[in-house]
Design a protein around this ligand. Structure first.
Ligand code: ADP
Ligand code: ADP
Length: 229
């Protein structure tokens, strides 16, 4: 059974059809990049998967359960997914540790369990030395690592990333590409990663879906789409 399956997914906004009959199978632990130019429907596809918007036609099936259809959409909080935005969206008044632990605290886990999970993820994301700082005291790359750690610590079934590196400068972007791949190799969450940057998709993806005008035009592993580097 596929981890996430998009079946004939279509989303219309008035006269604009943002996503046109997209079908895609994502296997457990796979990292799939939705790649394509601005306006091709990547973010709309991701927001459909997250449940922020409802499809005009088609279905989203996760773990064999229909989460989205024109008849019925399970709200975002009823899906076991974490989403990361380009803007990081960290709480400015909380430290790094508090930001990362937030999702565990609202799940009312045991203090000891929270501490253990927090310690592990801070170590993995190389954030131990920054645990007591506030987001305003961090660089863009550091903030993005916090945002990744915060998404991963709750152990979601599915991780959704929307242009996670677009606010970083070129050097950091490159470093973070490898960082994301490293974290993925360690945690193996089923991941949908939206980017317009071909190099980002090449470095991180198991599978690339090239989108254009709302459709998936090409689908395959990076070496199949762009040739071996
Ligand atoms: P540029 O350097 O001008 O951005 P690219 O080769 O990166 O040119 O491609 C421009 C856009 O077309 C990119 O957004 C990319 O995602 C998309 N694209 C690149 N290669 C392909 C391809 N093989 N099939 C479909 N779309 C592609
Ligand atoms: P991408 O993420 O690839 O840049 P989007 O999914 O954001 O593309 O947008 C796809 C198309 O849908 C674009 O033409 C965009 O203008 C349109 N669109 C996206 N969101 C809305 C909305 N809320 N209302 C109307 N049109 C929208």
């Amino acid at each position: 059974m596929a981890a996430v399956e998009l079946k004939g997914l279509t989303k219309r906004y008035g006269q604009t059809t943002a996503v046109v009959d997209v079908s895609l199978r994502i296997e457990h632990g796979q990292l799939v990049c939705l790649l394509g130019p601005s306006g091709c429907g990547k973010t709309t596809t991701l927001r459909l998967i997250a449940g922020f918007i409802e499809p005009s036609a088609g279905e989203i099936v996760v773990g064999g359960k229909v989460l989205s259809s024109p008849q019925r959409t399970v709200p975002p909080e009823g899906r076991n997914m974490s989403m990361i935005f380009q803007s990081y969206a960290l709480w400015p008044h909380m430290t790094v540790a508090e930001n990362v632990a937030y999702g565990l605290k609202i799940r009312k886990l045991d203090r000891a369990v929270i501490d253990a999970k927090l310690k592990a993820i801070l170590s993995t994301a190389h954030l131990e030395a920054l645990a007591d700082r506030y987001p305003g005291e961090l660089s863009g790359g550091q903030q993005q690592r916090v945002s990744l750690a915060r998404a991963l610590v709750v152990e979601p079934e599915t991780l959704l990333l929307d242009e996670p590196l677009s606010n970083l400068d070129a050097n950091l972007r490159e470093e973070m590409r490898f960082e994301i791949r490293r974290l993925h190799d360690q945690y193996r969450y089923t991941t949908v990663y939206v980017t317009h940057d071909q190099a980002e998709a090449m470095t991180t993806a198991d599978l690339i879906a090239v989108m254009n005008h709302g459709k998936v035009e090409q689908l395959g592993p990076p070496e199949e789409i762009y040739g071996r580097p």
